[in-house]
Design a protein around this ligand. Structure first.
Ligand code: ZN
Length: 242
């Protein structure tokens, strides 16, 4: 069974009663609940020692999900490096909403990951632009989230390897809201919705997308590459034979 570690900054829920009301068990608690039927799920949060992401935890994690917003700077570079190495080695990473500005996502993308935003709580319409993609499995052609924060292009990421969702907002913005990337042996999926003030992670269609995305980034059993000088596989012919 795929082992998932749901990581959450877990600051908004502790500092703000209105947000605690939306996510009484934390955003990580809601995501864990959404994934628990299909995966073996543990949680980890910023204020645990080593942010709950020790070598041992990461070595037993197939897929890590990441939600952060107000405290990206408090995540230690050592832990970021540890997560980066695991992704290169094949661990899947699902980056959520404001996690676009996390150290780990910026490191993996190599760009600023900046975007436009507006917290107006109007609806978000998420269009499936790749209906054959595994992350779109079981979805209608579009879904509406009645209350969300708006993000807008330009989203400064590398051109995604796979684009699955594009969002439209009533202010006129569009946004690449579901994007897949390959890095090393690992896969990364970015999924946009999930502002802390709205009950997005309680939405059944969003929960389906989270499960689909976890499945898509789950490590495969492909070969481990080797690098550097390498002996020829065939015996070379003699240079001069007469
Ligand atoms: Zn937000």
């Amino acid at each position: 069974m795929t082992r998932v570690t749901v990581w959450n900054e877990y600051r908004h829920e502790q500092n703000d009663a209105a947000i605690r009301e939306v996510y009484p068990e934390g955003i990580h608690g809601a995501i864990k609940k959404a994934l628990a039927a299909e995966f073996e799920v543990e949680t980890a949060t910023l204020d645990e020692p080593e942010h709950g992401l020790t070598e041992e935890v990461l070595n037993h994690t197939d897929v890590l999900t990441w939600w952060g917003h107000m405290a990206h700077g408090d995540v230690s570079d050592e832990v970021v490096e540890r997560v980066y190495r695991r992704v290169m080695d094949g661990m899947g990473l699902l980056v959520l909403h404001s996690g676009h500005f996390s150290k780990i996502f910026k490191r993996l993308m190599g760009t600023t990951c900046n975007l436009k935003w507006r917290e107006d709580g109007l609806n978000e319409r998420i269009w499936v632009v790749n209906p054959g993609h595994p992350v779109a499995q079981g979805l209608p052609l579009w879904i509406d989230l009645p209350h969300e924060e708006a993000y807008g292009e330009f989203f400064d990421i590398p051109t995604p390897d796979e684009l699955v969702f594009v969002s439209w907002f009533p202010g006129g913005e569009v946004f690449r809201s579901g994007a897949g990337f390959y890095r090393g042996r690992g896969r990364i999926f970015y999924f946009r919705p999930g502002h802390e003030a709205f009950p997005t992670y309680h939405n059944p269609e969003v929960q389906r997308i989270l499960a689909n995305a976890v499945r898509w980034v789950t490590p495969t059993t492909g070969p481990a590459p080797d690098f550097g000088w390498s002996a020829p596989l065939e015996t070379a012919r003699e240079a001069s034979s007469s």
